[in-house]
Every structure is written in C-alpha cells, then in structure tokens.
Design a protein around this ligand. Sequence first.
Ligand SMILES: Cc1cc2nc3c(=O)[nH]c(=O)nc-3n(C[C@H](O)[C@H](O)[C@H](O)COP(=O)(O)OP(=O)(O)OC[C@H]3O[C@@H](n4cnc5c(N)ncnc54)[C@H](O)[C@@H]3O)c2cc1C
Length: 501
Amino acid sequence: MVTDVVISGAGPNGLMLACELSLAGAHPLVVERLPERALENRANGLVGQVVRMLDRRGLYERLTGTTDPPAPTPGFVFGAMPLNLSALENNPLHTLLVPQRRIEQVLEERAIELGVEIRRGQEVTGFTQHEDRVVIEVSGTAGPYQIEARYLVGADGGHSITRKLAQIAFPGVTTDHTISRTAHAKVPAELVDPVGGGLNVPGYGPIPPMVHQRTERGMFVYAPLPSSPWPLVTTIEWGQEDAEGPLTIPELRASIRRVLGADIELGRPEGEGPHLLRKLTGGNTRLAERFRDRRVLLVGDAAHVHSAIGGPGLNLGLQDAINLGWKLAAVINGRAGEDLLDTYETERRPVAERVIMSTRAQAALVAPGSEVTGLRALFAELLADPGNLRRIADLMSGNDIRYAAGDHPLVGRWAPDLILDDGVRLAELTRDARPLLIDFTGEDWGYPQTQGRSAVPCTALLVRPDGYVAWATDAPQPDEKSRASLEAALARWALTLAVTW
Ligand SMILES: Cc1cc2nc3c(=O)[nH]c(=O)nc-3n(C[C@H](O)[C@H](O)[C@H](O)COP(=O)(O)OP(=O)(O)OC[C@H]3O[C@@H](n4cnc5c(N)ncnc54)[C@H](O)[C@@H]3O)c2cc1C
C-alpha cells in the first residue's frame, strides 16, 4: 500500500500540514522521533496573520476558549522599539499568548480527530526517490522498516534529516557572539508594579511587562505569562565569554546586573515545574536553497531558521503548511498538475526572505553600542509617522504579502474578514478548508456560492483554502469577461466549488 504523504516530524508545522492535507482529502502519516510530545518551552505566542488563520480553521477558539474573533493588539515591539498600534486604522497585527506546547497539543488533537495516524518514537533515517513514489526508511521500536509514499514532507526542524538527505543546501550564517539566558524565576514582590504588571527596578526604573529593554550593554525582558505562575526573565548579551555549564539563577542575576546596571534579587521558582533554565549561544539564519526536490518537500524550520526576535517563526511555518496542504492534496487526488506544487515555493520563499530581513533588522536594532543608540533614535522618529508604523505592522503580521498578482487589486491578498449572510463571519465558513465563492451582487455565478453584505472593494471574490484571494471582480453582475476570469482562476488553482470532493 502506498501512503499519500509521510510527514517527518510532529512539531507544530508537521501537525498543521497533517490537518490541512486531511481536510483537503489526502491521507497523511506522521512519523515523529520523540516518544512523547516535547515539554520544551519554545514559542510563548503567535504573532501575525496566523492568529486570524487559526480562527479560519476553528483552532483559535480551541486555543482561547472563546468564540469571539481575534482582536488586533494595541501595542507590540520591533527591535525593542515600542509600537503604539492603537492609533492605526485597521491595525493588522494580531497576537496570541499561548505556549508552543499547547499549540502542539491542540493541533495533535485536531489531527487525530481528522483520522491522521501519528507514529511516535519512530525516526525517519533515509529515503529513496522513484518516479512515482518515495520509499522511506524508518527506525522504530520494533526495528527498521520501510514506508512507501507518494510524497515525503520534511517538517523535522532546523536540523532536518529530510533536507540533508535530499541534498538541499542550507546557506546562511551562524553567529556565536550572543548569549541569551532565560529562566522562570521568582522576582521580589515589592518590585512588581501591581497596576501595569511590570517591574520597578531600583537604580534602573520602570520596566513594562513583555517590552524588551535595550541598553548599551544588552537586552532584558520581563515576561509574566499566563502559562506559568513564574515570570520568564531573559537577558541577551553580546561578545561575552560563556560561563561553563548549564544556566543557573545566580548567573542570570549577574547578567541582569551587567545589562541593566542594577540588581534584581532573583530566586528559584517553587513547586512543580517544568521550570525553564535555558542558555543559548549564537544563532542561525539560513534559508533552504530549494523547498522541493521532486517528491520531497520542506516546511517550517526545515526550510528556514532565523532569530526568534519578534516571534515570527510560527506565523511563517504554520502558513507554509497551510499553503502547501491544499495544493499537495489536489496533486495527489489528480485534480492538479505538479506545476501547482511549484507555487508553494514561489509564494512562500519571498515570505521567508522578508522574515529573515525583519529579524536581521531587529537584531541590529537591539545590539549594544552608541551607534545603535543613534540608529534607534532615528528609527523612533521614523516610527512617529503613521505610514512607517503601518509598514512595520504589515511586515510583522504578513499583511503585506501579495502572492500571484491578478487583474484586481485584491488578488493574491489575504481575504478581508467579511461578514456574510446571516451575520456569519468568513472565518466561520472556512473551517473545512474549502474554497469559497462570495457574491455581493445577489446574482448567480453558476457555481455554489455564498452571499455577502460587507462593504469590500469588489462585487465578488474567490477565496482559496489558505484564506488568500484567487479572483475578484468589480463587475456589477456576472458578464462574459468576469465569468471567463473566474473560470480561469478556478482552473489555475485547481479549485473545485462542488459540494463534495
Ligand atoms: C527559544 C525559542 C523561542 C521561540 N519563540 C517563538 C515565538 O515566540 N513565536 C513563534 O512563532 N516562534 C517562536 N520560535 C520558533 C518556533 O519554535 C519554531 O519555528 C517551531 O518550533 C518550528 O516548528 P517545526 O514544526 O517546523 O519544527 P520543530 O518544532 O523543530 O519540530 C520538528 C519535529 O521533528 C521531529 N524530528 C526531527 N527529526 C526527525 C526524524 N528524523 N524523524 C522523525 N521526526 C523527527 C522532532 O522531534 C520535532 O518534534 C522560537 C524558537 C525558539 C528556539
């Protein structure tokens, strides 16, 4: 038996891909090296368009327990520069404070609900590509075995074995000049501001919660997160000798003294953990030379790694998976040719390149030194201009993505959050990942369609399963030209509006 798709790795991006493939009518099998879900604390939240995308799959509701739509965040930071977004009209930046562990749990539950098989404690160790399939070598608890699949997707993280065995180069840079120290820690109660939730540090001053503090010697963050009774305390220092061994609370305290020039009497957290104590030296910024080699594709960290500054990793990776899922399923189910798969890379590589640009720019803005202080003063002046502020918010959210351009300005853009008939939100109609034809004219386009009543700059639009606009028109009613362009868009993206697949 040949499996449709083997996904190597049950991290967030592999699990999301498994959900998307299932929704689109393909049968994925996930192979995960770890016997249990990882307890490691990585992402503390999601930043950007992915929050709205999760709403469009009903996963935002599962993560938050509310049926309310996500609301934009009034403030955020870019390179430790505070962004006051509340003044922006149509603020595009959404955030969701939720630990990666929880995201993975919700995605795993959803994948299982959709009938996905997840094999844990099994490691992909090799593969051979054939004309019509890939033979994958797996090392399991009962010994090695093979799986035949039509496609293999490497969602196996930054050290991806899939990428390495496919001989896809991973060019970029590795630096070793930073040391980041993060721990759950006990902070003296008298330093905590009961109103704002930040700290008042004698000898330094007020430090708002979650807002990066850059000094000429390093960076400090105080993050009281809902996922733990103990706040996360982080420092980053440059060009400093690494202290031997794993991080200790006294080492973090000494680092704070150097960065802030003031002391915070940190203590060890009490009670049940896991309590984080993490020291990371340096970092990688790399982008895979190709996202595909014949029947092997890469998503998420397997395709790109970069600094975690600004939290863009899962905005990028989860939307890779959502971009790839429906396309790969259409090819597997014979509805599309291989050229549809090529659009995965042509659409997602430029997005990864922008994330890399943004994280590099932020890393430069938080670096120590008086030149950087000058650069920051200039940047602060630029951010006072609402046009520039919007540009940064668009960059961080991914709201500036425009995939394939078309003859209407909405084509290739994120479909607006429309209100449709009966007050239903677009996000409530896209949970099964079907494409939607939305009509505002009250006319019949000859396909199953949904009537809308929002004021958007078009009279009808076609939304792809990943939430982007495939086609839009201003024609007041269906005419020959608009019908022909709709048909062309349906064919180009292999979209079917039929009620069943
Ligand atoms: C310190 C830190 C903080 C971060 N903070 C944020 C944040 O706030 N917001 C954000 O959006 N992102 C953040 N990120 C980035 C985010 O954690 C990653 O982008 C994300 O984990 C990538 O998911 P993935 O599924 O691609 O890979 P991974 O999460 O690395 O998952 C890969 C999976 O593949 C498995 N695997 C590996 N090799 C094999 C094999 N041979 N066979 C089978 N299975 C295999 C692994 O066990 C793992 O489960 C942070 C990252 C770090 C390190």
